[in-house]
Design a protein around this ligand. Structure first.
Ligand code: IPE
Ligand code: IPE
Ligand code: MG
Length: 261
């Protein structure tokens, strides 16, 4: 647990914002979208939006730490994003490296462990080296796992998992959902309970198709560069208003049904 946010302080914070401390999601995943439109609205280049998106990442990390979210996964660059103009791709990769260098000490002081998932070998060498260093230097930290999905797509990940299972020569009858779980890039992470997407789009764009099987989805029209703590807490409150049934019946419904029968 992060030393900066002891339980009493967290409870006060959550109570003040109408969040139930007993059902804060353990893992929140975010599709950070809308940087380009945000910049265009201001007559700026798309890259301007990406640069401002870093402030929102900081806000989401801080809000996670304060709320007691244990894992935060950010979809930062998809497999399909390689199809964007080279200039934008280069700028995004450059921004990634510069941000890692600039923020690492601060993240470490907050107890943040940095991890990356995706086809990392396709990233520029400077980005790979910075990620590796950040992962190694933060491996012992336990306040929050900040997972960056980079050159990631769910279909890529599932194909890789199947390839690995075949290479290992597993018998078909020995393969179950746990086998798949173990071969995904998220093998040691719990599934996200809450997925947030900014910018008003309502799709998952090849993100964690398997892991989001029973997640609650929160869509907000807020563009990613405007996303702040208040939006994060609204998403958690929205999550807490949902009834999660997992295909079964809620106890109360079940009892009513039994009484009628
Ligand atoms: C999200 O913002 C950032 C990345 C996908 C890297 P976009 O760049 O997709 O912004 P819009 O959706 O075009 O506004
Ligand atoms: C999804 O956003 C990918 C990331 C946020 C990294 P996109 O902007 O690439 O997705 P589409 O094209 O709207 O589906
Ligand atoms: Mg987009």
């Amino acid at each position: 647990m992060a030393a900066e946010h002891p339980t009493a302080e967290r409870q006060t914070f959550l109570a003040k914002h109408g969040v139930n401390a007993d059902s804060v999601p353990q893992h929140v995943a975010i599709i950070m979208d809308g940087n380009g439109r945000w910049a265009k609205d201001r007559g700026e280049e798309r890259v301007f939006g990406h640069m401002h998106g870093v402030d929102s990442v900081r806000a989401a990390v801080e809000a996670s730490l304060k709320s007691g979210v244990r894992y935060l996964t950010l979809y930062a660059f998809s497999t399909e994003n390689w199809n964007r103009p080279k200039q934008e791709v280069d700028a995004l990769m450059d921004l990634l490296v510069r941000t890692l260098v600039h923020e690492l000490e601060d993240l470490m002081s907050k107890g943040v462990r940095l991890r990356a998932i995706g086809d990392l070998s396709s990233l520029p060498e400077a980005a790979q080296a910075q990620l590796k260093e950040a992962e190694e230097r933060t491996a012992h930290l336990t306040g929050l796992d900040l997972v960056l999905a980079l050159s990631y797509s769910a279909k890529w990940e599932l194909v890789e998992a199947v390839r690995q299972i075949v290479r290992e020569g597993l018998a078909p009858e020995d393969i179950d959902t746990a086998t798949l779980d173990r071969h995904l890039t998220t093998a040691d992470l719990p599934d996200p309970e809450l997925m947030i997407r900014t910018s008003g789009e309502r799709r998952i764009s090849n993100f964690m198709l398997w892991q989001l099987a029973y997640a609650e989805f929160h869509f907000t029209p807020v563009m990613w560069p405007d996303f702040r703590e208040a939006h994060f807490l609204e998403a958690i409150r929205d999550y807490q208003r949902r009834e999660r049934r997992f295909g079964g019946l809620l106890d109360t419904n079940h009892n009513e049904w039994n009484q009628e029968a």
